[in-house]
Design a protein around this ligand. Structure first.
Ligand SMILES: C[C@H](O)[C@H](O)CC(=O)C(=O)O
Ligand SMILES: [Mg+2]
Length: 395
């Protein structure tokens, strides 16, 4: 038996402008146009999410080099502070270790940072390292990650689109469209009416069969969320997403009880680890969990989160995250479709989700992507040499 390669070096870089920090876009983009957020209660932060710093972190790129010179990499959100954590804290658990010790490395990264980590930035950094390790192992074995996860359970992925123009997403072949909610509770009855008018007008454009969803990005309080869900039922809203603060497990449990029959409650993109998702699942908070593999603890943790959900009959539809999700979704029965975030400024055409950072990033064609499109070693993408990487720390 050949001994596995060992890890020679871990490096962390930062890059600006799109990439994994998909909120880091230029002006005039639908993703920064008066979207309801928890900060919408302050009028000066209502029009633009960049105004309160949504894109302050930027993208983190983690590279892991093996003893034979093979390099695996992954991208996530976290920028310079995450780069610090990777270089100054996490790298020690990898360098010198066999590349195959994915579980042990995860455990050491998580428990060594637990006193200041558990969720958010630290788990983003850890997720980036974990994904880079899966990429490296795939490259060393000359296998796509989805083979290492057990293989495809279907021939192709099917996508819904997130963006401001579900009507155009329908024409592009997607199975549904998730719209940002534009007006939060601070905009009162008028805002509530405008939200419903947008839904009604979109329903009129797309007809009865196309899925329509609202992404509320943590902006509502329980009463508003229940009223919105009930009023939106008339327009056959398929699901209401991330209506409340990620910490309000009790509110989600109540929302799920009071949502109209047939309307799904979804959440979880800002939740992390098996312990966080266990709360959502055991408290009956939602029908679909939406872990982001770049934020929830990486692939190693997503496998565990998904198994918990499967045992409870819940679907796992990962949030965004491009190829890092695709390789997972294709391998799981309880992930029957995937999200595609429309990153074209007007949401009118398909561009790669992490544009311009990755080369060979596959995109849905007619709302679908063949499993064979993922048939390249690791996650099957390369860093675009035209995107300048900056390494702010070394160790
Ligand atoms: C559109 C949402 O506000 C957010 O930017 C993306 C998101 O939450 C999702 O794709 O889901
Ligand atoms: Mg969302």
């Amino acid at each position: 038996m050949n001994k596995p390669a060992t890890i020679k070096q871990v490096r962390a870089f930062v890059v600006r402008g799109g990439g994994a920090d998909y909120h880091d876009q230029g002006g005039g983009h639908w993703i920064d146009d008066h979207i309801a957020t928890p900060m919408s209660r302050y009028p000066q932060y209502r029009q633009s999410r960049q105004s309160f710093g949504i894109n302050v972190l930027g993208t983190l790129v983690v590279e892991i080099e093996a003893s034979d010179g093979t390099v695996g990499f992954a991208v996530t959100t976290g920028g310079e502070p995450a780069a610090y954590i990777v270089e100054k804290h996490l790298a020690r658990f990898l360098e010198g270790a066999p590349v195959t010790e994915i579980e042990k490395i995860w455990d050491q990264m998580y428990f060594s940072t637990q006193y200041y980590g558990r969720k958010g930035l630290v788990v983003n950094a850890l997720s980036g390292v974990d994904l880079a390790l899966w990429d490296l192992n795939g490259k060393l074995r000359n296998e796509p990650v989805y083979h290492m996860l057990g293989g495809a359970v279907r021939d192709e992925l099917q996508f819904y689109a997130t963006g401001a123009r579900p009507d155009l997403a329908q024409k592009l072949g997607f199975i549904g469209g998730k719209m940002p909610l534009h007006h939060g509770p601070a905009e009162g009855a008028e805002g509530f009416r405008k939200n419903l008018e947008e839904l009604a007008s979109m329903r009129a454009k797309v007809g009865p069969d196309f899925w329509l969803m609202f992404d509320c990005w943590m902006s509502l309080e329980l009463n508003y969320a229940i009223r919105l869900a009930q009023a939106a039922h008339e327009y056959d809203l398929k699901w209401i997403e991330e209506a409340l603060s990620p910490d309000d497990y009790w509110g989600y449990a109540e929302l799920k009880k009071q949502a109209p029959r047939g309307m799904l409650v979804t959440t979880g993109e800002h939740e992390a680890t098996r312990w966080g998702f266990r709360m959502l699942l055991e408290m009956g908070c939602c029908d679909i969990i939406q872990p982001d593999v770049g934020w929830c603890g990486g692939m190693t943790e997503l496998i565990k989160i998904s198994a918990l959900a499967d045992a409870r009959g819940a679907l796992v539809i990962p949030h965004g995250s491009s190829v890092y999700s695709y390789h997972f979704v294709i391998t799981r029965h309880n992930s029957p479709f995937a999200e595609f975030l429309m990153m074209a400024p007007k949401a009118d055409r398909v561009v790669p989700m992490f544009n311009p950072l990755l080369l060979e990033e596959p995109v849905p064609v007619n709302g679908r992507l063949k499993a064979s499109e993922l048939d390249r070693p690791g996650f099957g993408v390369r860093l675009n040499p035209d995107c300048p990487l900056h390494r702010p720390y070394t160790h």
